[in-house]
Design a protein around this ligand. Sequence first.
Ligand SMILES: Cc1cc2nc3c(=O)[nH]c(=O)nc-3n(C[C@H](O)[C@H](O)[C@H](O)COP(=O)(O)O)c2cc1C
Length: 169
Amino acid sequence: MTRVLLISGSPSATSRTGRLLDHVAELLDGAVSLLHLRDLPAEPLLLGRGDHPDLVAAARSVAEADVIVLATPIYKAAYTGLVKAFLDGLPQKAFAGKTVVPIATGGTQGHLLAVDYALRPVLSVLGARHVTRGLFVLDTQITPLAEELRPRLRALADEVNAVPLRAVA
Ligand SMILES: Cc1cc2nc3c(=O)[nH]c(=O)nc-3n(C[C@H](O)[C@H](O)[C@H](O)COP(=O)(O)O)c2cc1C
């Protein structure tokens, strides 16, 4: 069974990005787990103290996943600082051998391409084997979920469900 880790990079307690990931999770077949970066301890995260038990556990979840679905709100035309702090703390090639699905939510279509110009290069540096086509969703489309989004989420889930299990070394 494919192991899928869904990561939400929103600092918000009422996150629409998190809601969107809940919808994605419902469509996935594999062993799915959800990591809200806002739940990680802020000080160790920001100061790069990766030996904190919660950060060790989060890094292990990344290491064990076949597929990472990384969802971030767009803040100031890029991913959030929370996402950056988390990714900075991961090992150099933390996404090696994995499929990564980038998702962004935003307030304006003007930043539709942020997934490609901001997020994609970082995922590549982390060694992702395959970064799928990204998904950008307007915040107004999430609660309630816009009907036109459903086929796009279904297509994304089908792609994730088709990822083969990685051979464990
Ligand atoms: C500090 C801040 C900066 C933002 N900057 C942008 C932006 O540059 N472009 C954009 O499209 N939306 C921007 N937004 C809107 C959020 O990306 C959007 O509402 C998102 O869906 C919020 O997700 P969340 O509810 O999971 O936190 C910004 C929101 C905040 C709070």
